[in-house]
Design a protein around this ligand. Structure first.
Ligand code: T4K
Length: 371
């Protein structure tokens, strides 16, 4: 058995699943009711439980995090330009562009890789309607400074909070900052509903609009009021969410243990910048990004070494979104030099709840060895 485990590849993450019997019991009523989707009983129950868990009064579920983001942008009727970060997953920038808006890229800060709030104001024009920062890797943005800038210039703030499920900042639920926050409940996330997502928001009127938008803009059988799409979470997804939510504290505690082991092993290593947690943030330990700069091995060499041992880290988030092929000629990654520096050197190491501590030790040994 031990040998078999050693042969298994170690991927950057691995979905956490509830006990099989728990899931089977939970989905039994779906067979009995024949109600599979379109805002069924589990959909309602998960929405209620997530509001409580995330400490938000308003929350609407979606089929995934990306559609949550596309549709909250549509619901807010944003126009013109949106200030955002290129150091993120494709979804953030694509959601802006797919709404017919222009992303304007703000550089990130070199400490926690979130948007550099001191650089936002110089990017504001009369066409700017919103700021869309990302709490990247679960690192909380400079929410106070961003709120002050938004107020001064009358801009909306939507946080891409895909990585921050369950976090609090100075005791306040992360879902409550800005006008809205989107979450991803993808299989690779701290909390998963297989695929899934949600928008949490401050103003109650948005609930009706988001619920209509995710269901083709239908208000009732006689009225279709918005040009919506189909972005509803189904009952099997919601059932998985209800089960996983029962185990979320254990999930985060296990991730913390893995993270601490990485930190113990790699602490003090030359040329390696390790993640830190901002004062006041209760982390969910979503990712373990390492910046390789000035270490005896380059990122490419470390990557090659690990993959040679059946270990598969990832370069989240390389390439920058303003460097994507599909945006060639539109944006310039040179305008965000710190983000570019990070994207060229970052590697996210394997991190998931059941990753064995011995595996962490092995990964760290390989990184520390000079050849
Ligand atoms: N905003 C931000 C900042 C995001 O990071 C994301 C998603 C979004 C918005 C959009 O949210 P969603 O619409 O996805 O809900 C993965 C995820 O698919 C994506 O959700 C996530 N960010 C992104 C950072 O990572 P890939 O292309 O790297 O996935 P993939 O298929 O290479 O999987 C990565 C690893 O995860 C695999 O090596 C093994 C593990 N895995 C994967 C799957 C699919 C599992 O253990 N189980 C699985 O079912 O994007």
């Amino acid at each position: 058995m031990k040998e078999k485990q050693q042969e298994d590849p170690i991927l950057v993450t691995r979905s956490s699943l509830p006990p099989f019997e728990e899931f089977v019991e939970t989905i039994r009523p779906i067979w009995e009711s024949h109600w599979l989707t379109n805002m069924g009983a589990y959909h309602q129950e998960l929405e209620a439980r997530l509001k409580e868990y995330l400490g938000t009064e308003n929350l609407v579920l979606f089929v995934n995090g990306h559609m949550a983001l596309e549709m909250v942008i549509q619901a807010m009727e944003l126009t013109g330009e949106v200030i955002t970060t290129p150091f993120t997953f494709a979804s953030t920038t694509h959601a802006i562009v797919r709404n017919g808006l222009t992303p304007v890229f703000c550089d990130v800060n070199p400490d926690d890789y979130t948007m550099d709030a001191d650089k936002i104001e110089s990017l504001i024009t009369e066409r700017t309607s919103a700021i869309l920062p990302v709490h990247v890797y679960g690192n909380v943005c400079d929410v106070d400074k961003i709120a002050a800038i938004a107020k001064k210039h009358n801009l909306k703030v939507i946080y891409d909070a895909a990585h921050t499920f369950g976090e609090t900042y100075h005791g306040q639920g992360i879902a409550t900052f800005g006008d809205a926050s989107i979450f991803s409940f993808h299989a690779t996330k701290v909390f998963n509903t297989i695929e899934g997502g949600a928008v949490a928001f401050g103003e109650q009127w948005m609930e009706h609009r988001l619920n209509c938008l995710k269901n083709f803009g239908i208000v009732d059988q006689d009225h279709v009021v918005w040009v919506g799409g189909n972005a509803k979470m189904n009952e099997f997804q919601a059932a998985m969410g209800l089960c996983n939510l029962n185990h979320i504290e254990e999930e985060i505690a296990k991730r913390k243990r893995v993270t601490q082991r990485y930190l113990e092993n790699l602490d003090g290593m030359k040329g390696v910048k390790l993640p830190t947690i901002k004062e006041g943030l209760s982390s969910n330990y979503a990712y373990f990004p390492v910046i390789f700069d000035g270490c005896s091995l380059t990122r490419a060499q470390v990557y090659e070494k690990l993959t040679g041992e059946n270990i598969f880290p990832r370069k989240y988030f390389y390439p920058l979104t303003n460097d994507f092929d599909c945006y060639k000629g539109h944006f310039d990654a040179g305008s965000t030099p710190i983000a570019k520096y990070l994207a060229d050197r970052v590697m996210t190491l394997p991190l998931y709840a059941d990753l064995e501590l011995e595996a962490v030790d092995r990964i760290c040994r390989l990184i520390r060895e000079e050849t």
